[in-house]
Design a protein around this ligand. Sequence first.
Ligand code: UD1
Ligand code: PEP
Length: 429
Amino acid sequence: MDRIRIVGGQPLKGRIPISGAKNATLPLMIASLLTDEPLVLENVPRLADVALLQRILGNHGVDVMVGGKRPGDGEYDGQTLHISAKRIVDTTAPYDLVSRMRASFWVIAPLVARMGEAKVSLPGGCAIGTRPVDLLLMALRQLGADIEIDGGYVLARAPHGLRGGEIVFPKVTVSGTHTALMGAVLAKGATVIENAACEPEIADVADCLVKMGARIKGAGTPRIEIEGVARLDGTRHRVLADRIETGTYAMAVAMTGGDVMLDGARPELLQAALDVLVEAGVEIAATNEGLRVQRNGAGIAPVTVTTAPFPGFPTDLQAQLMALMTRAKGTSRITETIFENRFMHVQELARFGADIRLDGETATIAGVPRLKGAPVMATDLRASVSLVIAALAAEGETLVNRVYHLDRGFERLEDKLSACGAEIERISG
Ligand SMILES: CC(=O)N[C@H]1[C@@H](OP(=O)(O)OP(=O)(O)OC[C@H]2O[C@@H](n3ccc(=O)[nH]c3=O)[C@H](O)[C@@H]2O)O[C@H](CO)[C@@H](O)[C@@H]1O
Ligand SMILES: C=C(OP(=O)(O)O)C(=O)O
């Protein structure tokens, strides 16, 4: 298995191109199941999750052709996927594929909407919490699907098609909102989704669906109204910039000091996180090209932060912020409200000499003057990258094991960081 070797201590200087968002790409690829015409997605990041979803879609009979793979000029440009679900040959998503990536469960909504049935394995266990799918199933039931759970599979049936309905989420859920939206666009009649997730990736998927002929109002707000249509067309859509990748590199620069332009970043997608960085003493400037992040001289000021659904501070940046605060001049508090077990990085950060105390959903981080490199390993994507951030500022060498997690969500991480002066390399095998 590959490992990443980092020798800390170099300030980051230069430019980092921001890739297309993983969390928009995955539901956009899944939306291809809603039409028999080609969907062309541009700015698709080269990620393990994208490759796995290609396989999962392939199992349903979807053809995916990948353009833009040649190395050389423009190698940071995203890929273009030409996706055609002309004929769906299988409405079953099997355990061995779905258990590896949670978002693959979301194929259930377009399959039942278009084909009248779907059999999808319950998603696999995950290192950040229990992550049930009850609210996704509630949404499908509200749209008239008959739901049964048998042998670890969810069977959803709507032989005469889905029908519009009222879906009121008791808590904000991104997966639930994607499911409701993808079911409702092909349902007969009107649907209202209340307490919908407002994450930018929901709005991006809705934009694409509207280009495909869907009738959607209010995506990106807590109330979404959908008028079902009989069929959807193909279209071409460019995936929006990855706000979590943006925030991660901003925190890396905050950690090491330096001056980096995050090309193509869209600050309005992560204002809450940028506000926290400014409070911590980082200079942030939005420009036509993206986001310029600087920290020169001044130390890192401690912060108190609670994660929340968009537009709040994202849970997907919680681990990275914690890594940064290990070196703050004072004590920080970070409260995680979205996932009950998203603190797997705490014990790994301790290997660098960080001083973190956990009490329920709150971590108290007493900043230390220096970190020291160590062998580390994490069990989820954002936790893994928080270890990279710590390593970039730690004295000496760090080996990050289980790089698989990083490859799920960060395109060419070591290339992007080494281009800015970091001493970082992948050790294969
Ligand atoms: C591929 C993707 O886009 N993943 C993102 C998505 O995950 P995901 O869509 O899985 O996260 P949700 O917003 O659905 O989950 C939020 C909370 O609701 C709970 N819940 C969810 C569904 C359900 O049926 N029942 C239930 O109780 C979850 O356990 C969690 O505590 O949003 C999360 C929250 O912004 C991000 O951290 C993930 O990166
Ligand atoms: C938790 C994440 O992804 P997933 O929902 O695919 O597990 C993430 O992107 O941080």
